[in-house]
Every structure is written in structure tokens, then in C-alpha cells.
Write a protein that binds this ligand. Structure first.
Ligand code: SF4
Length: 297
């Protein structure tokens, strides 16, 4: 069975940066707590807890004077409360999320109502929504009719960093079609991060060349979920796993080439374990290939 790896997958710049900031902070301060999971991956969270870095759900649960903000960032309310408690803050907010927060704040300050294309229950989106102020809304519906009682005069549109660029484009197009006749001012800022775009492009390209795709990543990881969605949409059987234990023999029966991709918060070791196991899976047919792994170009 041939195993092909996506050219871009696994830990992104933002996650590597966050883990290195946490490493430095744990050397300096010893134990610390993170406000929420630093990334949506259980293996990473487990590894951090062995170093004395543990998550809490909210500010009320903090017992330590050192707190880390996760890659997803926080809104001004939470930030203000942390500062008012004179805690030592280790801010691992991804620079891409930071850029999105600043865009939301600037638009709000300039009198724009802000619509964020994203998942309302995701921590990044909750934080950005706060920066967008009272005119902020979150939606993936291609219409503003249910979001505002009256169309705002000025509208800004942003995206959660990990959304699909094509879906964002279609969302923006629908909103423009709906609003242009009303003479509104619309400002669009593409805040999808380049790690997300590159991983999605590599995944869809690979999906077009294999019999099945395996997507590795945390169950709660939005960008991992998106990778699986776009591979599925490409028409190839796609299976998502968090660890090697979830691989099922039946997925590989009759399949001679398997593509592998992984979300931006999936550690290298987890990817290697999964790839190692797939190489030894039995396709049950003569594929005329030796077990091999290569990177798609
Ligand atoms: Fe930052 Fe993008 Fe990685 Fe999220 S996926 S942490 S926004 S680089």
C-alpha cells in the first residue's frame, strides 16, 4: 500500500510558537495554568500537564498567579479581568488571531457593524466577537436578514482564521449581492490564516490522487474538521482519527493508495504512529506497489 503525505500538515507556526512560549514560561515560573486548552488536541494537553501546565475552564478556577492565554486569544473583558487581578500573563495568542482581533476593533471604532464568518461556540470567535463590540455578529448563513433588525449603514466582514477560503468567498458574495442595492458601505478583510489555506490546498490536491484519506487531529479541532470536510467534498472516502488506536482495518480493504493529512494542532509523533500503522495495513488485494511513503508535490 502506498502512503502519500500532504505537503503541508501538522503543527502550524502559531501552535509551535505557543508551545515554545509555554516551555520558556514553565522553566521560568514552574507550574502555570492555561485559560482553556492551549490547542484542541488531547495529546498536546496531556504532554503539557506532565510539565505542570494545566488548563482551567474559567478565571474563577485559577489557583496560580501565572496564567497563559491560549492561541485562540480572549476578548477585552477577560483580558481586563486578568490584568485587574495582577496576574502574570503569558500571552500565546496566535499573531493571526491577534490580527483578526485588531481588525474587529478597528472596524467597530470606525462605526462598522462586524459580521464574523465562523463557528459561534469556538473560543477564538467568542473573543473576536467581544472585540467587535455591540454591533458584532457571528454567522455562516449567507444572509443578514436574521442578524440585524435593520441593515447597518457600514458593514465589516471577517473570517475565523481556520475557515475554508472558498466558503468565505461564497459567503461574502451572497452578502454583497444582498446589500449592494441598499447603498451600504461594506469592508471585507480576509483573516483566514495562511497555515489553514496551505493545509487545505495540500489536502484537496492529495485527495484527488488517492483511494482514501486519513485526517489526523483532535476531535475538538476546527481546522482538522475542516480538512476532513474538504477531502470528503472532493469525493474520496475520508476517515478522521485522533490517534493510531482509531484506525480500522475495513477502511483499507481494496485501497492501494492512502493520503494522510493532519490538523494544525496535531503533534509529529502522533502523525508518525498513524503513518507507521497504515504502512502495515493489509489492502487485501494485489496493489502492485511496495509499502512506501512519499510526499506529494
Ligand atoms: Fe494561528 Fe492559523 Fe495555527 Fe490557528 S491555525 S494557531 S490561526 S497559524
Amino acid at each position: 500500500m502506498e502512503v502519500k503525505l500532504a505537503t503541508e500538515m501538522g503543527f502550524c507556526y502559531g501552535v509551535r510558537r505557543a508551545l515554545s512560549l509555554l516551555d520558556a514560561a514553565s522553566h521560568r515560573y514552574g507550574k502555570l495554568q492555561t485559560l482553556g486548552h492551549i490547542v484542541h488536541n488531547e495529546q498536546v494537553v496531556e504532554r503539557l500537564s506532565q510539565k505542570g501546565i494545566s488548563p482551567v475552564n474559567n478565571i474563577a478556577e485559577l489557583k496560580n498567579s501565572i496564567v497563559a492565554i491560549t492561541t485562540h486569544g480572549v476578548g477585552p473583558g477577560v483580558l481586563g479581568e486578568l490584568k485587574s487581578r495582577s496576574l502574570n500573563i503569558v500571552d500565546t495568542t496566535c499573531p493571526w488571531v491577534n490580527r483578526e482581533q485588531k481588525a474587529a476593533r478597528r472596524l467597530a471604532e470606525s462605526g462598522f457593524s462586524v459580521v464574523i464568518f465562523g463557528d459561534a461556540d469556538h473560543p477564538e470567535v467568542k473573543g473576536v466577537l467581544e472585540w467587535a463590540g455591540i454591533g458584532g455578529r457571528v454567522s455562516k448563513e449567507p444572509s443578514l436578514k436574521n442578524l440585524f433588525t435593520k441593515y447597518p449603514r457600514r458593514l465589516g466582514i471577517l473570517s475565523q482564521t481556520t475557515q475554508n477560503p472558498q466558503a468565505f468567498k461564497e459567503f461574502v458574495k451572497s452578502i454583497i449581492d444582498e446589500l449592494l442595492p441598499s447603498g451600504m458601505e461594506i469592508r471585507i478583510i480576509n483573516t483566514i490564516c495562511d497555515a489553514t489555506q496551505k493545509r487545505q490546498e495540500a489536502a484537496v490536491e492529495l485527495a484527488g490522487t488517492v483511494d482514501a484519506m486519513i485526517v489526523i487531529g483532535g476531535k475538538g479541532s476546527a481546522n482538522t474538521r475542516r480538512l476532513a470536510e474538504i477531502c470528503q467534498a472532493r469525493g474520496v472516502p475520508t476517515h478522521s482519527v485522533e490517534t493510531v488506536k482509531e484506525l480500522q482495518d475495513s477502511w483499507f480493504t481494496g485501497k492501494c493508495s492512502i493520503g494522510v493529512t493532519a490538523g494544525a494542532s496535531t503533534p509529529d509523533e502522533v502523525i508518525q504512529e498513524v503513518v507507521g500503522k497504515i504502512k502495515n495495513m493489509d489492502a487485501g488485494v494485489n496493489c502492485n506497489t511496495t509499502n512506501s511513503v512519499y510526499i506529494s508535490t
